[in-house]
Design a protein around this ligand. Structure first.
Ligand code: AMP
Ligand code: ZN
Length: 494
């Protein structure tokens, strides 16, 4: 089982090549996680599922895996398709939006969506990574990285931040092929070019900003870290200077991963990752998902409409990661039928009894082996799923199974489940705890004003107990009251 080659497409060389861990049979893998400013959509999960399938396949050939997948809870700006992104921090923007009204502050918002993401993760039956670092827990390392890059001449400080000098890395652009600096500069279309930078293509490692809702003190004053530096330092902290594999969605190639490579390789003088894997986009009815087109689905949208979580998982992995996948309701319908077939096969295996020979002979073992072979061949989920279904059909063709056949069927379903996660969930009915933990809606202004008036009336009537009770009620709703000498009361949100 051990020495079967595991072949994956590598964006850096543009080829499908063997994945070779530096330490034999121990894969050190970093996959980019979400920015937790809203619920993850099914496209995000297509990328996360690719990472999950890499891990499952590596384990199926007996490798150890150390898997790190981050949570971005600061520093990812809205206009992120150019190296030096502009706009506001995605989390701050979310807090100011309609959906953000129910949160008291940006920390609470990040925590809420991070919990929702983990819940969706379990519902879709993804393996648990070994480490899930958060960017906000690693700001110190990000500052140290900025210091080190300044010292080595790869970065410089201006009045607006610390910037990585793209010119200091002659191989900048090697991942994306984006070496045409003119296009980078043009990429700054809507954004006011930062005049303090030496080159418009340089990107931020640190942004100075005393008004940012999440801010840290640094040698450059108050501010917050850039998005790219977070993955560079978290990958290094947990996996060392050189990773065996790094993954993300296709939009991560440029700028995110290109910038990670530049920073990390400037910091360590060693290759950052030996293999780069990128999942092509999920399209919905042939189009990019967007809220305005009404074709935007979060995982929880679909699950709350009654979609079986394993059917959604099946649908999202039904096409190979290396090609865009067009998601339709038909894909979901087909997936549902397949998942039902696995359930039926499982029931037959569980109720098997009686004597007799294994009616399947070697056929189920062979089908599993072909499914595994397909996965080892650049994660060919389409073939692996077809082999799985073929096996399930062989099982459900029987009206009942004897003990020996039941054992063969159970083994096949268990192996397929470990490889693809589509037969049985590892997580028993994940509680809807995020919904329950939803923060209370922030007290609305009319309610607070009414309470202030009630309290003023109580005070006037010298009913101080009632006045105090009103203050307590308002405080518990996260509102701070301030009484002024002229008898008026103003309020603010805690
Ligand atoms: P974000 O939360 O924007 O950082 O995205 C999380 C991950 O989802 C990143 O690796 C993205 O590249 C990936 N991603 C975003 N949209 C899609 C999509 N439509 N299909 C596949 N992957 C996506
Ligand atoms: Zn990342």
């Amino acid at each position: 089982m051990s020495d079967r080659p595991f072949r994956l497409h590598d964006t850096l060389t543009g080829k499908v090549k063997e994945l070779i861990p530096l330490e034999p049979r121990h894969l050190k893998f970093y996959s980019c996680g979400p920015t937790v400013y809203s619920y993850a959509h099914i496209g995000n999960f297509r990328s996360f599922l690719t990472a999950d399938l890499v891990v499952r396949t590596a384990k199926a050939i007996g490798w150890d895996v150390t898997w790190v997948s981050n949570i971005t809870d600061v520093g990812h700006l809205t206009m992120d398709d150019m190296a030096d992104a502009g706009g506001e921090d995605k989390l701050e923007g979310a807090l100011r939006s309609k959906e953000g009204e129910r949160f008291h502050n940006v920390w609470e918002l990040a925590e809420y969506y991070a919990a929702a993401y983990l819940e969706d993760w379990q519902r879709l039956n993804l393996t648990e990574p070994d480490i899930r670092p958060k960017a906000t827990q690693h700001v110190r390392e990000q500052i140290l990285a900025a210091e080190s890059l300044i010292k080595s001449g790869h970065a410089y400080e201006t009045s607006s931040g610390v910037y990585f000098s793209v010119e200091s890395r002659p191989d900048y652009g090697k991942l994306s092929g984006n070496t045409d600096r003119e296009s980078l500069i043009r990429g700054a279309r809507d954004v006011v070019t930062d005049e303090t930078k030496r080159d418009p293509a340089d990107f931020a490692i640190w942004k100075k900003d005393e008004k940012h809702l999440m801010q840290w003190f640094s040698p450059y004053g108050w501010g917050f870290p850039g998005w790219h530096i977070e993955c560079s330092v978290m990958a290094r902290a947990y996996l060392g200077d050189t990773l065996d594999l790094h993954s993300g969605g296709e939009d991560n190639i440029f700028p995110h991963h290109e910038c990670e490579i530049a920073q990390s390789e400037a910091l360590t003088g060693k290759p950052f990752a030996n293999h780069w894997l990128h999942t092509r986009f999920l399209l919905v009815n042939g189009e990019k998902m967007s809220k305005s087109k009404g074709n935007f689905f979060t995982v929880r949208d679909l699950l709350s409409q009654g979609t079986h979580p394993l059917a959604l998982r099946y649908a999202l992995i039904s096409g190979v990661y290396s090609k865009q996948l067009n998601f339709t309701l038909q894909t979901l319908e087909d997936a549902k039928r397949h998942v039902q077939r696995f359930e039926k096969a499982l029931q037959l295996a569980e109720s098997a009894q009686g004597d007799g020979p294994n009616v399947f002979g070697d056929s189920l073992d062979d089908l599993y082996d072909q499914a595994l072979e397909a996965m080892l061949n650049d994660l060919n989920t389409a073939v692996a799923l077809a082999k799985s279904i073929e096996g399930a059909k062989q099982i459900t063709k029987e009206s009942e199974l004897n003990a020996a056949s039941g054992e063969a069927a159970a083994r096949f379903l268990d192996q397929i489940n470990r490889l693809l996660g589509i037969v049985n969930s590892d997580y028993e009915a994940v509680a809807v705890k995020v919904e329950e933990a939803k923060p209370e809606p922030k007290a609305d202004a009319a309610w607070v004003e009414a309470k202030i008036a009630e309290r003023a009336a109580a005070k006037k009537a010298k009913d101080f107990a009632l006045a105090d009770a009103i203050r307590k009620e308002v405080t518990e709703a996260g509102v701070v009251l301030q009484d002024h000498p002229d008898g008026t009361t103003t309020w603010s949100v805690d």
